[in-house]
Design a protein around this ligand. Structure first.
Ligand code: PLP
Ligand code: COI
Length: 351
């Protein structure tokens, strides 16, 4: 591995054109990006350069065989102007887990962390300070190596780009519990953040959107009886005062927000169960009135309360609860992320 980072600064920042009071999610990009190539079996010197398109050979294997993985993280500013990350090493470890499954070379933790820190120092002004906004960070690796033979590429590119972002969902979240399509299968790549997992979700999700839903709640591919996760979030369900979430498996992404919420909930003495939860249990709870809340967790989505869900042509509305677990847990996690509360877990990382 070659070290040091080469830095090429932008001539004129684009920041003045950005309306930080009305940030969309993930569609405004900061001045710089980091690129690091894997060539001749080793990672080359990382380069931080002005955000720009990437030119690739038409035979690059990313186009044909989809060797592409990514991560999602956020940087926050606290009231004193410090830049903070949340459990960044976990993202690096998960990227490498995805890499292993897709036969992509491992990215050394030092390249990931040093590159990220330097990029955030250079684009520090791009980290929003408005409540609910943050700098969304997208590290990714894809196959640049060429060849039409269906085998792993020789060469890859690691990139980090960043996007000052507001909320992932605008308005109420309505989800559809899937009965036919599957996101992932046993022995497959569901646990990895592989680009192809998301491409495969688009068609059924589009069908759900046409019916008025925002996202799908995926069920197990075999029986479609058990709740797994949503398109970009893990799912928590509150029945009476018990919070339930599915165990992770090779079909479900091991969400960093999910595991943080499980820990925080335990420490708040919220009764939490990590176990399989069937669709019929959720429907029975909705019918009896014991279904109190459903919410999704994720880096982009933070904690997104679900207002209603659909199943077999019936819609079920969730009640509005004054002191919901979603609100309490969202405050607890975002206070840790933004340095408004103590961090007894050591999750917050100061840049
Ligand atoms: N599940 C899927 C499919 C996702 O894409 C994400 C987003 O990263 C999550 C769950 C939540 O994971 P995390 O909390 O690590 O962002
Ligand atoms: C994230 O929450 O960071 C994700 O990667 C989800 C993404 C599909 C927006």
């Amino acid at each position: 591995m070659k070290s040091n980072i080469e830095i090429q600064r932008i001539e004129k920042s684009k920041i003045d054109a950005v309306d930080f009071d009305n940030l969309p999610f993930g569609s405004v990009y900061s001045d710089h990006m980091l690129e690091c190539d894997f060539i001749n079996g080793e990672w080359q010197t990382p380069v931080i350069k002005p955000y720009a398109p990437i030119s690739l050979d038409p035979a690059a294997k990313i186009f044909h065989y989809g060797q592409s993985i990514f991560e999602g993280m956020k940087a926050y500013k606290d009231n004193a102007g410090n830049t903070l990350l949340f459990r960044p090493i976990d993202n690096c470890k998960r990227l490498n887990k995805s890499a292993e499954r897709l036969v992509i070379p491992q990215i050394p933790e030092a390249v990931f962390m040093e590159g990220l820190k330097r990029l955030l120092e250079i684009d520090s002004k791009w980290i929003p300070t408005n409540e609910g906004s943050s700098l969304y960070i997208r590290p990714f690796i894809f196959a640049t190596g060429i060849g039409l033979h269906a085998s792993p590429a020789d060469d890859y590119k690691f990139v980090i780009c960043t996007a000052p972002s507001g909320a992932y969902f605008a308005g109420k979240v309505k989800v559809l519990i899937e009965e036919k399509y599957a996101r992932a299968a046993n022995g497959g790549v569901g646990f990895a953040k592989a680009g192809g997992n998301y491409a495969a979700q688009f068609y059924p999700t589009q069908l759900a959107i046409e019916k008025g839903y925002n996202q799908i709640i995926w069920t197990d591919d075999n029986s479609h009886e058990y709740i797994e996760e949503a398109g970009a979030m893990n799912i928590f369900i509150r029945i009476n005062d018990t919070l339930i979430t599915s165990p992770t498996s090779d079909r479900i992404l091991d969400g960093i927000t999910r595991k943080s919420i499980i820990q925080i909930a335990k420490d708040m003495d919220i009764d939490i169960e990590v176990r399989k939860i069937s669709v019929s249990e959720v429907i029975a709870a909705a019918q009896s009135g014991s279904l109190k809340e459903m919410f999704g967790t994720g880096t982009a989505a933070v904690i997104s309360p679900i207002a209603a869900f659909g199943y077999k042509n019936t819609d079920y509305d969730l009640p509005t609860i004054a002191t919901s677990f979603a609100t309490t847990l969202k405050k607890a996690i975002t206070d840790i992320q933004t340095n408004k509360a103590e961090d007894p877990y050591g999750w917050r990382v100061l840049i």
